[in-house]
Write a protein that binds this ligand. Structure first.
Ligand code: VGL
Ligand code: ZN
Length: 194
């Protein structure tokens, strides 16, 4: 497939944070492998003056998703901790970039970047019609952001070369990809963008 970026396109980089990387609190196997390809997407979008959105998990220390507080996850991405920082090699543009924090209230979790955030408003304000989504984890926040985007009427491209999953159960990520494609997401890699 050859597709050309248009003024109605935006890149969404999901949760590329230290705690989701190998050695972090909630490691995604090979999670760090998304950084290099994402940097290439970021460069393409930035050079075309298109907005780049970075979602981040940004939990209070007693968040409902944490073990001991009603959830299933080890504490991760606690607000203002090192684990919540973006991967140090992620090339965050100086201009036309937006940081979207989610899961910020103790009693609510958010796997989707749209949930409880102004992401949809920011995209709509800018006339964005198509979103390109990569990051971690394929089977949680990437999946829910993609499905959320489709439900809100966006055309969604799934960046196959820039996603990694946790696979709590083997096959979860493959199933998530199947679910996203069935819902209407279109799978692409960097080569598909001319
Ligand atoms: C995520 C589990 C818990 C994710 C966030 O970013 O996919 N997964 N919180
Ligand atoms: Zn979380």
């Amino acid at each position: 497939m050859k597709l050309r970026l248009t003024p109605f396109d935006a890149l969404i980089v999901v949760d590329v944070q230290r705690d989701f990387m190998p050695g972090g609190a909630l490691p995604v196997p090979e999670g760090d492998k998304v950084v290099a390809p994402l940097n290439q997407y970021i460069e393409r979008f930035s050079k075309a003056n298109l907005p780049v959105f970075f979602t981040r998990d940004w939990h209070p220390k007693d968040h409902i998703s944490f073990k001991g507080y009603g959830g299933i996850w080890p504490p991760h991405c606690v607000q203002d901790t090192e684990g919540a920082q973006f991967h140090p090699d992620l090339k965050i543009p100086t201009d036309n970039k937006f940081i979207i924090s989610k899961g910020t209230s103790r009693d609510f979790d958010a796997y989707s970047g749209f949930q409880g955030t102004i992401l949809n408003d920011l995209l709509r304000e800018r006339g964005i019609k198509r979103i390109f989504v990569g990051g971690v984890a394929t089977d949680y926040c990437v999946k829910n952001t993609v499905l959320g985007g489709i439900n809100l009427g966006y055309f969604v491209f799934l960046l196959m070369d820039a996603i990694k999953g946790v696979d709590v159960k083997p096959g979860d990520s493959d199933q998530a990809i199947e679910d996203m494609l069935r819902a209407g997401a279109v799978a692409i890699t960097l080569e598909d963008i001319s």
